[in-house]
Design a protein around this ligand. Structure first.
Ligand code: DOR
Ligand code: ZN
Length: 345
């Protein structure tokens, strides 16, 4: 039988956690092995809130990368009391790649996140003026909001408010996880979304069953079949408002399995593009993979797409169960199943 190949412009990863220190060493090449650019999320233990931190972090990442085509882009982590002059300088001079809004306590390292949307209006004004993007972790946390409804509440109570005050601001609803959210993105000008592989593979029964499966636990949590279907349909349609963003978020297994303190995050970088190819193949939409992985993101961000190409081949393989480095051990997503696609080197 003839092998099926697919050649596409080099992709980018518009949402990934590269971490720092030895963890950065352990994971960086899983992302740099084929991506041209990535947005490296700023939710480090000491979040990236200043131009100095941002430049240092970028240098740290680049020091570890073995390939020449890879560029990390880093958004500023917004807080209630950011130094607005430093922020403006970072935005104007392209030190920050826009800014990231984490609602306080929404996810990993978000305790310095934003407590009320109007506290960041001065920063949003700067972004809007310089036509730079706002990236959003779109979940509203509240005593009376159940974990599956957080995205809807964020859209209705916060996102609509941001859009009404800043209609020209370019916004990305990161890791959209619901049909409600994806439909809203589809209908709204200047708003796009990234979609992870895991939100197109898992549903809540894969996390919450007799026991909680901590390896499938992430934020936003995966939802219902109807949500998974909707995300697959938008991604696979080639719709320009949706693009790649793995949200690959490694945690060491010793912390991940610590019951009292569930760490959200799925480490998919070692097989992310391979999984997207598999999903597009299952949906008979391989012809649209390149738009999703390599064209829609740069277009939304006003950048050119990468000029070189990579080739995928349809061939089964299995990933190692763990990524290891020195005494670090991280569980690889999808390592218990056969992957259907490979990247040709
Ligand atoms: O699952 C997640 N993990 N979602 C996030 O928003 C953050 C991430 C992390 O940094 O661990
Ligand atoms: Zn993330």
């Amino acid at each position: 039988m003839k092998n099926i190949n697919l050649t596409i412009y080099r992709p980018d990863d518009w949402h990934v956690h590269l971490r720092e220190g030895e963890l950065l060493n352990a994971v960086i090449n899983s992302t740099a092995r084929f991506n041209g650019r990535c947005i490296a999320m700023p939710n480090l233990e000491n979040p990236i809130t200043t131009t100095k931190n941002c430049l240092d972090y970028k240098n740290n990442i680049l020091k570890k990368v073995k390939v020449s085509y890879f560029e990390p882009l880093i958004p500023c982590y917004l807080t209630d009391n950011i130094d607005i002059n430093d922020f403006k300088n970072g935005i104007k001079n392209n030190i920050f790649f826009g800014a990231k809004l984490y609602p306080v306590n929404a996810t990993t390292n978000s305790k310095k996140g934003v407590t009320a949307i109007d506290k960041i209006f001065p920063s949003l004004e700067v972004l809007s003026t310089y036509n730079k993007p706002l990236l959003i972790h779109g979940e509203k946390i509240g005593k009376n909001i159940n974990i599956f409804d957080r995205e809807k509440y964020f859209i209705d109570d916060e996102l609509k408010k941001i859009i009404s005050f800043f209609p020209n601001l370019k916004i990305v609803l990161e890791h959209v996880s619901t049909k409600y959210g994806a439909d809203f993105v589809n209908q709204t000008k200047n708003l796009a979304a990234t979609i992870t592989p895991h939100h197109m593979i898992l549903t809540k029964k894969d996390v919450f069953n007799d026991e909680i499966n901590c390896h499938n636990y992430c934020m936003p949590v995966v939802k219902e079949q109807k949500d998974l279907r909707s995300l697959r349909e938008y991604a696979c349609s080639g719709n320009e408002s949706f693009f790649i963003g793995t949200d690959s978020a490694p945690h060491q297994i010793i912390y991940k399995q610590n019951d009292g303190n569930l760490k959200p995050g799925i480490f998919s970088a070692p097989c992310s593009l391979e999984l997207y190819a598999q999903i597009f193949d299952e949906e008979n939409s391989l012809q649209n993979l390149e738009r999703f992985s390599s064209l829609n993101g740069p277009k939304f961000y006003g950048m050119t797409h990468n000029k070189d190409k990579i080739t995928l081949i349809k061939k089964e393989w299995k990933l190692e169960e763990f990524t290891t480095y020195k005494d670090i051990k991280i569980k690889n997503f999808y390592s218990d199943k056969y992957l259907k696609w490979q990247i040709l080197n």
